[in-house]
Design a protein around this ligand. Structure first.
Ligand SMILES: Cc1cc2nc3c(=O)[nH]c(=O)nc-3n(C[C@H](O)[C@H](O)[C@H](O)COP(=O)(O)OP(=O)(O)OC[C@H]3O[C@@H](n4cnc5c(N)ncnc54)[C@H](O)[C@@H]3O)c2cc1C
Length: 397
């Protein structure tokens, strides 16, 4: 059987659904999303959901700032708050990272982002009990915080459906269809059916390389293991900001139930995994390391215990920035390699992709340069690195 749609989106995760909604929001409703499993069952379900604009790449900071606005107005736009909690976001650095902190804050302020320095006294007020001596400076985003990537994805999906987008779950794409001129003109499903399209958008996260390879497109995305540990301090943690602890190279978020979610910000020795085959439990050495670091940061936890752990995979590119743009074969558009940034920028990703597809590769998103995310930057050797990287924190910021 053969069907047609103007736009076929492969992958019903957060980015595929944000793109579907954004296309429909611009009046393009002949859109079909194909998801092999259930919606947001990929890495979206593993996201920590941190919302911050603190980046050393102006386009990424601007995309995050756009995300803050959409998440803040989510109920008005989608009828669903996407579980966004505007608890604030703080980056704390040691002496070694004061210069990049200053440069990044100046860059963000130049983009109109609400961020400023706070002193140790204000930080102690925001998070009582936190050990602060090894921090030299803090940057605070009062409008940052945490959301739920799964709920955001489902809200994009539900709103897209209301506008006429079709979403099919349990519908794996086996391969992309390519004609003799190299143009991608649709997809083949695992049951043998074909769907023909003017544009195929590949939004399959860490699973993108295999489908790309089938049409001769080498997508430089790897699945990097990310281990998360949940800790109960013994008493519920009060509302506190999300903390990027660049002195201890960890991040700490308060869960809605008062537990703490602790993740690693040390990407010096990344571990790559098969995204279809990995243990969903953090290993003992990581748990031990996380507990040690958290214990240094919160020395007075009354009765700490680990409540659970899990593992996800960041879809990382060589410069830890996404690939958003046309593939080197006609008819195929790439939206993958989000490298741990994909939640906060998802509203901007949707709009950027819709704009680029409908407005000849341009966008009206403020301060976002679409060519930053072009596929060809890798073979050109013109990678999109942070302008002001932090020592020890790798490229994931
Ligand atoms: C552990 C972890 C923590 C994170 N924390 C943050 C954070 O704090 N803040 C932030 O901004 N970002 C964060 N991110 C990043 C963000 O969550 C992701 O970038 C985003 O959710 C990815 O969405 P996606 O749609 O690209 O990919 P996915 O959610 O993985 O969706 C891809 C979909 O494609 C489907 N698919 C694959 N192959 C096929 C096929 N052949 N046919 C049909 N469907 C297919 C999959 O089933 C999947 O549903 C984190 C990511 C991880 C892993």
């Amino acid at each position: 059987m053969t069907q047609t749609a103007k736009f076929v989106i492969v992958g019903g995760g957060l980015e595929g659904l944000a793109i579907a909604w954004s296309l429909a929001d611009r009046g393009e409703t002949d859109v079909l999303v194909l998801e092999r499993d259930t919606l947001c069952s990929g890495m979206t379900g593993k996201s920590s959901g941190v919302v911050r604009c603190h980046y050393g790449t102006p386009s990424l900071a601007a995309m995050s700032w756009y995300g803050v606005d959409i998440f803040t107005r989510a109920t008005e736009i989608f009828g669903d708050d996407m579980a966004f909690r505007q608890c604030g976001y703080v980056v704390g650095v040691g002496e070694n990272n004061i210069d990049p902190l200053k440069a990044n804050v100046a860059m963000m302020q130049g983009l109109g982002i609400d961020v400023d320095y706070i002193g140790h006294d204000k930080m102690a007020e925001l998070w009582p009990g936190l050990h602060l001596d090894d921090f030299a400076a803090f940057a605070y985003e009062p409008l940052g915080g945490r959301g739920e990537a799964y709920m955001a994805g489902m809200a994009f999906g539900a709103s897209a459906r209301k506008l006429g987008v079709k979403i099919r779950q349990s519908t794996p794409v086996a391969s992309l269809l390519q004609n003799a001129d190299g143009r991608v003109y649709g997809v083949t499903l695992t049951n043998g059916d074909e769907v023909h399209a003017e544009q195929v958008i590949l939004a399959t996260g860490p699973w993108a390389p295999e489908l790309g390879a089938g049409v001769g497109v080498d997508i430089p995305v790897k699945a990097q293991r990310a281990q998360l540990v949940l800790i109960d301090q013994g008493v519920p943690t009060p509302e506190v900001p999300v903390l990027s602890d660049l002195a201890g190279l960890q991040y700490i978020c308060r869960e809605p139930n008062g537990e703490l979610l602790v993740g690693n910000s040390d990407h010096a020795a990344p571990e790559y995994i098969d995204p279809d085959k990995y243990s969903n439990r953090a290993d003992d050495s990581t748990i031990e390391k996380n507990i040690g670091k958290l214990g240094n940061r919160l020395p007075d936890m009354p009765d700490p215990r680990i409540t659970s752990s899990y593992v996800g995979a960041y879809d990382v590119t060589p410069d830890y920035n996404p690939i958003i743009g046309p593939a080197p074969v006609d008819g195929l558009f790439l939206a993958t390699g989000f490298s741990g940034h994909g939640f906060k920028i998802s509203p901007a990703v949707g709009r950027l992709v819709a704009d680029m597809l409908l407005d000849d590769g341009t966008t009206s998103l403020p301060n976002v340069e679409p060519s930053d995310f072009r596929y060809s930057r890798f073979e050109e050797g013109d990678l999109l690195f942070s302008l002001h990287p932090y020592e020890g924190a790798g490229e994931m910021r």
